[in-house]
Design a protein around this ligand. Structure first.
Ligand SMILES: [Zn+2]
Ligand SMILES: [Zn+2]
Length: 350
């Protein structure tokens, strides 16, 4: 079957790879219909990511049709159109029962080689094996489009989780640093949580324009503090969501938060060290937190909100293509010509 694989730093390739087979009774095989390229895919293929080996099948954001199930799969059925989480977990251990599936001993992240633990081939492929299918997959309810369903699995869940952890409440002043897909959806999530104003800081004019068109006050990083001051009587932002993916994003966030405020980082940070401005954080009583999005405990509420028309995450998709376009589309995203690209397979082609 055809799949998008990691080739070398800065290059992915379309390759012929063996079809996946059921390996455990809880597995399912999904014929992929949509697969998206994520900032995390860029992150783990752009340089020498430890654990990323050539030939690794990429992709952790997909939807599709169940074409095979193991004997222990009961909730998900053959022929179901399904959405997925970007990682799998057992669903039964203490971590899973408390909604912290990321820390499950059986957690495997799709399509990122060995960067986040054991290798689990990804969904930028015609077929993908899904472990713990009854936990990882859910059938699409009527009316939920495949692109919205796909975005629940990672980007929307991540932006939503940031607002939950940071306890955004009606009237909050929220600032989002970095206006990629997760930043855009964190802005949307903050508005749904009742934020009085959401400031979005990003250097790219087209990302500022997109944030503005979806309810935020957009600004360049250089003028962000002045904009935040103007909407917070000079106090600073109650909540800052950092969605940049570099340590400088955290420094920028700490410059924008008010005393007693909360900074929540949703980026994939891999730097081993960072100079935490201790005296400032202590003196200003800053709450600093990190969130790795987990759609499994959020899937039902996000599905309900989309179904009710309260939010629509699909505006972050800026480009669409076919599976064979993936190598070019990765370059488009590395060079910020596209913000998020959706690949279509099977019956959805065209
Ligand atoms: Zn992702
Ligand atoms: Zn578990």
């Amino acid at each position: 079957m055809r799949a998008v694989v990691y080739a070398e730093p800065g290059e992915v390739a379309l390759s012929d790879v063996p079809e996946p087979r059921l390996e455990a009774d809880g597995d399912a095989i999904v014929a992929v219909r949509r697969a998206a390229i994520c900032g995390t895919d860029l992150h783990v293929t752009y340089g020498h990511a430890p654990g990323m080996e050539p030939g690794a099948v990429l992709g952790h954001e997909f939807t599709g049709t169940v074409v095979e199930v193991g004997r222990a799969v009961h909730r998900v059925k053959l022929g179901d159109e399904v959405m997925t989480s970007d990682f799998t977990a057992c669903g039964h251990c203490w971590w899973c029962r408390s909604g912290r599936h990321w820390h499950c001993a059986e957690r495997q992240f799709f399509g990122t080689g060995g960067v986040f633990g054991p290798v689990l081939p990804g969904g930028q492929a015609e077929l993908v094996r899904v472990p713990h299918a009854d936990v990882t997959l859910s059938a699409l309810p009527a009316g939920l489009g495949p692109e919205a369903a796909l975005l629940i699995g990672d980007n929307l869940a991540t932006g939503w989780a940031a607002c939950k952890q940071a306890a955004v409440v009606p009237g909050s002043v929220v600032t989002v640093v970095g206006a990629g897909p997760v930043g855009q959806l964190a802005s949307l999530a903050a508005q749904v949580h009742g934020a009085a104003v959401v400031v979005v800081s990003d250097p790219l004019p087209e990302r500022q324009a997109l944030a503005t068109a979806h309810g935020a006050v957009a600004t360049d990083p250089e003028t962000a503090r002045a904009v935040v001051d103007s909407v917070s009587a000079g106090r600073g932002s109650d909540v800052v969501v950092e969605a940049v993916g570099h340590a400088f994003g955290l420094d920028a966030a700490l410059d924008l938060v008010r005393p007693g405020g909360t900074v929540t980082s949703v980026s994939a940070h891999t730097d081993p060290g960072w100079q935490l401005p201790l005296a400032r954080c202590f003196g200003a009583e800053i709450v600093l937190g990190f969130v790795i999005g987990n759609s499994l405990p959020l899937r039902d509420e996000l599905t309900a909100l989309i179904g009710a028309g309260v939010l629509d995450p699909t505006f972050v998709v800026t480009g669409r293509g076919q599976l064979e376009d993936a190598p070019k589309r990765y370059h488009d995203m590395w060079q910020a010509r596209e913000m998020k690209v959706m690949l279509q397979l099977g019956d959805d082609r065209g």
